[in-house]
Design a protein around this ligand. Structure first.
Ligand code: UDP
Length: 336
């Protein structure tokens, strides 16, 4: 298949591009490079553009003879979505509608969409199955849920075949060493811990130690980015016109913030200084997936289920790329 990957210069997107290419698919990346890195895209595959440019998207879909789309391009920082929701409604919602309409206009009917466990809000039960009511508590989760609803309507009315993959906490880096997590303003726990281990920051602040969990800190389901990429490939092969898959992607295991920090200490062999902070707005105490439906439907299970091997891949990336991606188109691939 020839697959257009929006946001393919971003963290999860570039790992999916890698997996698609390794599986023998053809890829084009559509990315505005606002948050993505040209260095993370193999040479010759990048088309620079914004989701808001509907005509450009239509041209790309038809001129490049695209068969299917994997749609990663989105903003994904919960806290920012609370303080600046307009960015999320415009880019995540309107931007995706622009993509869907371009797909309609060019008769491209297959879409794998990055959704999120943030669509569940603060669930009453753990682990979280797909039948758990979706009730987001922040604009980021709401923007993704809104698109899930639009996808269902586009499927029944226009014959779109789609998968909405609800990620838990994406983390880790390619074991091949060339791709990893490089955000300009890092907010995620594992890279923040590893940056502290490298001496790039003084300490890590734990956002709340008074949660009703085993050690008082939040519990999350950390899913390796290559496992996510693998699930996208499998979903792509199972799309059918007019039908939708809605699947949780997690390991089914939860680790607390303190347990993740300890894993980062073990793997790096470095001390990581910790400060105790207050709770971060919008953080549910526990988010752990029930991934059994993804196993049944996709034949998929996470290959990384222990936290140390996940952190190990991230540590290798951070040690080798303390300043993130090398500059220049395709730069990450020059020695891989
Ligand atoms: N967290 C923390 N300190 C940090 C960053 C994150 O205590 O500097 C906690 C955060 O409150 C959450 C967990 O680590 O409980 C994972 O947060 P992250 O931002 O990595 O992912 P999210 O769960 O927001 O998608």
């Amino acid at each position: 298949m020839r697959v257009l990957v929006t946001g393919g210069a971003g963290y999860v997107g570039c790992h999916a591009v890698d997996a698609l290419l390794r599986a023998g698919h053809e890829v084009r990346v559509y990315d505005n490079l606002e948050l993505g890195h040209a260095g993370a895209v193999p040479l010759g595959l990048l088309i620079e553009g914004d989701l808001a440019e509907g005509d450009k998207l239509s041209d790309v879909l038809s001129e490049q003879r695209i068969d299917a789309v994997m749609h990663f391009a989105a903003y994904s920082t919960v806290g920012e979505s609370v303080t600046d929701p307009g960015r999320y409604w415009h880019n995540n919602v309107l931007g995706t509608l622009s993509l869907l309409d371009a797909m309609r206009a060019t008769n491209v009917r297959s879409l794998v969409f990055s959704s999120t466990c943030a669509t569940y809000g603060v669930p009453k039960k753990s682990p979280i199955a797909e039948s758990t009511p979706q009730d987001p508590v922040n604009p980021y989760g709401m923007s993704k849920l809104t698109i899930e609803r639009a996808l269902a309507d586009y499927a029944s009315a226009y014959g779109l075949g789609y998968a909405a993959l609800r990620y838990f906490n994406a983390c880790g880096a390619s074991p091949h060493g060339h791709l990893g997590e490089a955000h300009a303003n890092e907010s995620h726990l594992i890279p923040i811990c590893l940056q502290a281990a490298l001496g790039q920051s003084e300490s890590v602040t734990i956002f709340g130690v008074d949660y009703p969990t085993r050690d008082g800190t939040c519990i999350r389901d950390y899913i390796h980015v290559d496992d996510l990429a693998d699930a996208h490939l499998r979903a792509l092969e199972r799309l059918s016109p007019g039908a939708g898959l809605r699947l949780n992607l997690g390991t089914g295991r939860g680790f607390s913030v303190r347990e993740v920090i300890d894993a980062c200490r073990r793997v790096s062999g470095r001390e990581i200084h910790v400060e105790i902070g207050t709770r971060r707005t919008g953080d549910p105490p526990e988010l752990v997936a029930d991934p059994s439906r993804a196993r049944e439907v996709l034949g998929w299970t996470a290959r990384y289920s222990e936290i140390d091997p996940i952190v190990e891949t991230a540590w290798q990336w951070h040690v080798a790329h303390p300043a993130g991606y090398p500059d220049g188109p395709g730069a990450a691939f020059e020695h891989s």
